[in-house]
Design a protein around this ligand. Structure first.
Ligand code: NAD
Ligand code: ZN
Ligand code: ZN
Length: 329
């Protein structure tokens, strides 16, 4: 791709790392007629790197500064955007994240970032390692944040799907509430082993047995917080079965199945939400957590030429943590 020229207020980023997210696999499956982008299109919505050049009028950063890029680009002017909640921009058609529909993403040597407000300084963190913090990290952080008040001593949080996002969620749960028992559920024994190294207290194979064990652990009550990072029928069913009265059930995975909600299921007054990404202030929190050594992504690097291979491995469940494409290595 030609190197883009930053216009007024824009920034040209030299890409250090661009994470391969499972959402990209969902995007690749969208039928041609329903696409929100035109081909050729560059993927990569989980980006970090170094400031290359500042467009006319853009200030506050110097060439060479290591930065991470906030992904859901909103209008910047609506009530939500002005609070940094650009993931819930109120302007129709927004947010339009680069690499996820709309403009090109970060799986290229250079990425055009529309505004300096999307750049968060990384300090001593390496962009190649840090890139997943801006989606896997931020999305998980935001999903956990809505439930922190439920995570007191003796509480239980269930993480379904211990892949890129789930592994981050386990660490965030432990960082924000060390008193919470974190239960990881996955179909893969390898992922469950990794979940343990990330701080999970219990690792369970996905299915009916997991439901029974969580019920036993919680004296029949269920878990205060259930986070589903898959979102298919079997996982939503499990999530509802282990939900607790007055608890939270949070659907993050884009498996696109529907959760039946009626008087008896999920548990009474359990609130269900489907959050999308996170806010700019939350990304600043996530970077602070990483700088403090409280959260760290398990990263595998791939040169740009091997990006397709990275997606193949992700599709087959063979990426241990997160695949990160490094276009300038
Ligand atoms: P990933 O491929 O890294 O991880 C998915 C994990 O789920 C894997 O470990 C896999 O073994 C596990 N899994 C699959 N089927 C399962 C089952 N039946 N029971 C238990 N575990 C199962 O994917 P990721 O990048 O972490 O993304 C996870 C999901 O979150 C995707 O659907 C992605 O599109 C979505 N996502 C949502 C947002 C958002 O803002 N809501 C943001 C990013 C990603
Ligand atoms: Zn993503
Ligand atoms: Zn807006």
């Amino acid at each position: 791709m030609p190197v883009p020229e930053p216009g007024p207020g824009e920034v040209l980023l030299k890409v250090g790392g661009a994470g391969a997210c499972h959402s990209d696999l969902h995007l690749l499956e969208v039928p041609a007629g329903a696409r929100s982008f035109t081909l050729p299109f560059t993927l990569g919505h989980e980006n970090a790197g170094w400031v290359e050049t500042m467009g006319p009028g853009a200030t506050g950063f110097e060439p060479g500064d290591p930065v991470i890029v906030y992904g859901p680009w909103g209008c910047g002017l609506c009530m939500n955007c002005r609070q940094g909640i650009e993931n819930y921009c109120q302007t129709p058609g927004k947010p339009s994240p680069g690499g996820l529909g709309g403009t090109d993403g970060g799986m290229a040597e250079y990425l055009l970032v529309p505004s300096t407000r999307y750049l968060i300084p990384l300090g001593s963190l390496d962009p190649r390692e840090a890139a997943p913090l801006t989606d896997a990290g931020l999305t998980s952080y935001h999903a956990v944040k809505r439930s922190v008040h439920l995570l007191g001593p003796g509480s239980t949080a269930v993480v379904i799907g211990a892949g890129g996002l789930g592994q981050m969620a386990i660490q965030v749960l432990k960082a924000l509430s060390s008193a919470t028992t974190v239960v990881a559920i996955d179909t893969s024994a390898d992922k469950l082993k990794i979940a343990n190294t990330m701080g999970a207290d219990e690792e369970l194979v996905s299915g009916d047995d997991a439901v029974k064990q969580i019920k036993d652990m919680t004296h029949g009550q269920g878990a205060e917080v259930v986070l589903d990072f898959v979102g298919i029928n079997p996982t939503l069913t499990m999530a509802a079965q282990v939900s607790r009265m007055l608890g939270h059930l949070t659907i993050v995975g884009l498996g696109n199945a529907a959760l039946p909600v009626n008087f008896n299921s999920p548990a009474k007054e359990c609130s269900v939400a489907s959050p999308f990404w996170g806010s700019i202030p939350e990304l600043i929190d996530v970077i602070a957590l990483a700088q403090a050594g409280k959260i760290k992504m398990l990263v595998e690097h791939f040169p740009l030429d091997s990006a397709a291979e990275a997606y193949r491995l992700l599709h087959d469940g063979k990426i241990a943590g997160r695949a990160v494409i490094t276009p300038n290595d």
